[in-house]
Ligand binder design. Sequence first.
Ligand code: GTP
Ligand code: MG
Length: 136
Amino acid sequence: MQRTLVILKPDAVERGLVGEILARLEAKGLRFERLELRQLDKDTVRRHYAEHEGKPFYDGLVGFLTRGPVVVAAVTGPGDAVGAVRALMGATDPAVAAPGTIRGDLAMLIDENLIHGSDSPGAAARELALFFPDHQ
Ligand code: GTP
Ligand code: MG
């Protein structure tokens, strides 16, 4: 059993794709321990994406993640839940993400790529503590 953090980004909410994306995660066998529509503040997003601070896309990324509500979820599943979410998401750039993946099927642009998933168990623990501090 493993846990990971998923964020459905503002473009997913704006485009009405929340149900479609959550259905893909559920159908895979993943489950939601926490699931919440939330307006993020810039400080939280900066901390979440701290590894990218200083990169040319960082400010735009922070602006994008705060432009409207997101869906944040603590996701669990048997086996490698972190890897399962990453596989369903597809490559960072939707232009090259494989068909069949969320980004490959539903997105066009690298800076509006619908979904975040933690990229390792260590990142998942850090990110879950940031977004769900009361969740054991
Ligand atoms: P997240 O799940 O959102 O963390 O995506 P990721 O793990 O697939 O990619 P990464 O952590 O490397 O980058 C975080 C986000 O920054 C991506 O989802 C993109 O929106 C954005 N990003 C990454 N690289 C680039 C880039 O080269 N150009 C632009 N414009 N945006 C980028
Ligand atoms: Mg990442």
